[in-house]
Design a binder for this molecule. Sequence first.
Ligand code: HEC
Length: 159
Amino acid sequence: MTPMTKIPFATAVLGMIATVAIGADHIDPAVGAAIKARQSHMQLFAFNLGTLGGMAQGKIEYDADAAQIAASNLDALASVDFHPYFVVGSSSADASDTRALPAIWEDPEGVLAALAKLQGATAEMAGSAGGGLEGLQAAMSALGGACGACHQAYRAPAN
Ligand code: HEC
């Protein structure tokens, strides 16, 4: 077989993969909206954490007011009820545009525990970020760790 004769087969296989991927995107619009909403909420986490992380690392000059706002925002964001975001049928096994692992639906108590950890860490940060760079830095690892622990358990790695 020459390489040329292999091309139609490869094209056919790629075509099938594309069809499967498109098929997976034909999900209930309400499910798609929930996926978008939780990813957007995560972006709000990341935006505010970015301010604090930048200050902790000396990449952004420490500013007590800005630090307090970012920390208070994170604390408020962590206190919402996440249930509506995680509708049944919106895991990474059901849809192609999400990294939310099926483990979320199999282990809701674990997810709630991860959220409780985050809430503890954001409360700690909200209590110290505006009081000086050292306090902000001290609260940073628990906060970053709370984000990371949930991702480790419940989010699929990036492709
Ligand atoms: C309770 C678990 C949990 C916690 C706590 C958590 N995340 Fe997430 N995060 C997820 C899951 C699940 C996804 C995948 C969502 C999806 O793709 O549908 C995600 C996705 C993300 C994304 C990608 C969003 C996108 O646009 O696709 C970012 C950024 C992110 N998280 C940041 C954070 C930050 C920052 C924190 C801490 C302040 C945090 N997360 C805390 C579970 C969590």
